[in-house]
Design a protein. Structure first.
Length: 230
């Protein structure tokens, strides 16, 4: 199946989404019996194509796509945000934002989509702190993660992709990309091993074209019972 080029949601859209409800406005536990929300994590190095694949899954199969990076960038667009300076500093340095912040924004975004029950989240969990924060907020009890996708691409290929796609983001400079790669190597391998031990991770060769990667993902998702009808 040929996929169209994917445009990430605008930061204004995501800013509105993140500020749509106060923490007290959404209730994960509904009084009505509803279908549990399913979440598939899509992992891989920077530039491995996580956003492109998740966007295609959203367009073709109705998954709601959230990216931690996009949610953080959206938060930076809110002048009143007390988190803005901290997030920007981390992005400029190629370091990791506090996991409590990332999980809080992700939780708010997911539960703001009351009518949606299937999500793809790219670049999360990035490290052990992300995973611990997810568990500590008991999201593993409120949301069902049936499996995890890992996009396997050589790091030098990923770096070249990041440099060539430069979108003017604060973390798209060559220096930041190098730092992001080093951070990924030091932080993410434990997460990959964690899901391997649970027999949850499925590896896709993402060095191929976007269409080939999508076709492999489509086959995997159907084998796992997803996507369901919209």
């Amino acid at each position: 199946m040929k996929i169209a080029s994917y445009k990430r949601p605008t930061t204004n859209y995501l800013s509105n989404l993140c500020s749509h409800n106060n923490d007290s406005d959404y209730q994960p536990h509904s009084q009505k019996k509803i279908q549990p929300k399913k979440v598939v994590f899509v992992l891989g190095p920077p530039g491995s194509g996580k956003g492109t694949l998740c966007g295609a899954l959203s367009q073709h199969f109705g998954f709601v796509h959230f990216s931690i990076g996009d949610l953080l960038r959206a938060e930076c667009q809110k002048p009143e945000s007390k988190l803005r300076d901290e997030i920007v500093a981390h992005m400029q340095n190629g370091t990791i934002v506090d996991s409590r912040i990332s999980v809080k924004l992700l939780k708010k975004a997911i539960f703001s989509k009351v009518q949606s029950n299937k999500f793809v989240i790219d670049a999360f969990p990035f490290n052990q702190q992300n995973l611990d924060a997810w568990t500590n907020q008991e999201l593993d009890k409120e949301l069902y993660v049936p499996f995890v996708v890992y996009l396997d691409v050589p790091l030098d290929v990923c770096a070249d992709r990041c440099i060539s796609r430069n979108q003017g983001r604060v973390d798209d400079s060559k220096e930041c990309i190098e730092k992001r790669m080093l951070t990924y190597i030091s932080q993410s391998q434990r997460i990959i091993e964690h899901y391997k031990k649970l027999n949850m991770i499925h590896i896709i060769d993402a060095s191929k074209t976007a269409n080939e990667v999508f076709n492999a993902a489509e086959k995997l998702f159907k084998e796992q019972g997803l996507p369901e009808n919209k």
